[in-house]
Design a protein around this ligand. Structure first.
Ligand code: NDP
Ligand SMILES: O=C(O)C1=N[C@H](C(=O)O)C[C@H](O)C1
Length: 237
């Protein structure tokens, strides 16, 4: 595959290492100082764009790719208020857009475990819910995209909960996400149910960025013959 990397920071570099190891080539690396190179690329020169930039730039980068008919795998978090627009445009342009708040296989299994646990816990009102995410000090968005997906999974199971709040004491209809920024931690997510007498806790802890990057490269390989709006649940079916 001929890959354009959009965002050449911590994730871009890890994706490059793994993609080269799997026999792919990197045709361009787009960062803040060479935005014009993306505008000048054509779909004939590239099989896929892998977008890990930042919350402020992801939307514009994705639109550029969709208009050029370049399939996009995006992992950037913190811009999702515009995701519905991107999905509509993807359909209108008959293009390809793959998004995941977290590309690691382990986290996606954790998402399923979280939903199942929430279904089991929902009838037991004596348990309060706590969700927590810890990331490195360079992270720009809060809460993490992964923590939002976890909170959405909990809300699916609880008819009484319809929104999440970040670093605030939750009202009865809210799921609290507590965010912590610490050192170089790649990403740790915890869900706890606490009653007066006991506690149930599940945690996913990433040891490095390799799992995120590998998932993104595998997604890029998987979408090669596909169109439309896709995500990890489609790929892991
Ligand atoms: N879905 C997932 O599995 C994962 C998602 N992420 C998300 O991916 C994103 C990137 O993470 P990470 O690599 O750690 O962040 P970094 O800050 O290390 O890298 C982002 C890079 O994008 C560059 N950039 C800034 N503006 C643009 C632009 N307009 N076009 C292209 N590149 C630009 C930055 O340059 P400069 O530094 O000069 O601004 C930087 O080099 C974050 O939103 C993060 O939350 C991270 C890990 C896993
Ligand atoms: O910024 C990061 O580093 C990460 N961001 C993603 C998120 O916001 O959930 C995924 C992972 O936790 C690492």
């Amino acid at each position: 595959m001929k890959i354009v990397l959009i965002g050449y920071g911590k994730m871009g570099k890890e994706i490059e290492r793994l993609a080269l190891g799997r026999g792919h080539s990197i045709v361009a690396k787009i960062d803040v100082d060479n935005q014009a190179d993306l505008l000048n690329l054509s779909a004939a020169e590239v099989d896929v764009a892998i977008e890990f930039s930042n919350p402020a730039s992801a939307y514009a980068n994705i639109l550029t790719c969709i208009h050029k008919q370049i399939p996009v795998v995006c992992g950037t978090t913190g811009w999702l208020e515009k995701k519905a627009e991107v999905e509509t445009l993807t359909q209108e342009m008959n293009s390809t857009f793959f998004y995941a708040s977290n590309y690691s296989i382990g986290v996606n299994l954790f998402f399923r475990l979280n939903k199942r646990l929430a279904q089991l816990m929902a009838p037991h009102k004596e348990y309060d819910i706590y969700t927590n995410e810890i990331h490195h000090l360079e992270k720009k968005d809060s809460p993490s995209g992964t923590a939002i997906t976890i909170a959405e999974g909990i809300m699916e199971a609880y008819a009484t909960k319809d929104k999440w709040v970040n670093n605030e004491i939750p009202a009865a209809n809210e799921v609290a996400i507590w965010s912590q920024r610490e050192s170089i931690i790649p990403g740790t997510h915890t869900v706890k149910y606490i009653s007066k007498v006991d506690q149930i806790e599940i945690t996913h802890e990433a040891f490095s960025r390799e799992g995120f990057a590998l998932g993104a490269v595998i997604a890029a390989e998987w979408i090669q013959d596909k169109k439309g709006v896709l995500g990890m649940d489609d790929m892991l079916k």
